[in-house]
Design a protein. Sequence first.
Length: 307
Amino acid sequence: MTQRSQLEEASPASISVGEIRIPDLFRDLPDAVIIADSEQRITWVNIAFEKLFGFSREELVGQSAEQIYENPADYEKQRLGNFKTAKPEIDHNYEMRYKRKNGSGFLTHTTGGPIRDKNGAVLGLFAIIKDISKTRAVEDLLHNLYHISSSQEMEHTAKIQAILKLGCEHFQTESGLISWVRDDTYTILYSYSDLVDVPRGTSFPLGDTYCSEMLRGDGPLACHNAKNSPFATHPCYDMFLLETYIGIPLFVDGELFGTLNFTSADERHPFENGDKEMIKMFAAWIGQQLSFEKATNQLPTPSPAQD
């Protein structure tokens, strides 16, 4: 009997651990699970795999696993190396970049190994795949924030500009702004944008900004598609047509100072709770920088004549 027919005979539906069939064991796991034959032709995936990769099971079964690898060289390495030899000393826990049906790549922690018959022959392969791209992105972001804030070579304005740039990259927006809010006046102190330079001291009535809505609450406010939200009738939308906004109150030495916000004329995918937590961290780092500037009389708050 060939290896291929052995796997078909001992298909995932009939391979058992005790009285539990493998699909029953893996079906409801929160992490993606894939089972393939020894030539890496896909024979079964669980629901979490379908959700993570964007493929239906029907689109995958019988197809080569090559289509889920971001880098074809990684597929060849797995096909000809790690799983083909299936040596016991191989570490079957590793990081791997895969790609979704839409072509977007992502980083994972993968645990994989061979499926053997009673004689030790390799019938197929399995892998449990956990998306760690967001976790790694946050780790990299925190590292970069620390590097900027602790730099002895950058002056404070450059540090704030660099933090705003990081925020734009993280939140996928075009502009980042730090404002000083006094009474009903919103005045820009720092800005970063690839599109337009906003001069320091530029002022608007607070009510004409999305930040006015955010300040009425008690934390971050985010909108990814303003034209289909309550922001569609806001004066800020009429003036600037900003589709994307995420903002937070900015405190310096425990007192409300102004706002931090990131905006874009283009809509984006919905913000997640993690994004709101992340902007809190940006606000804390920037508040620390502004506190230092205040203590050394470098904080460039506008004079009343600029209101």
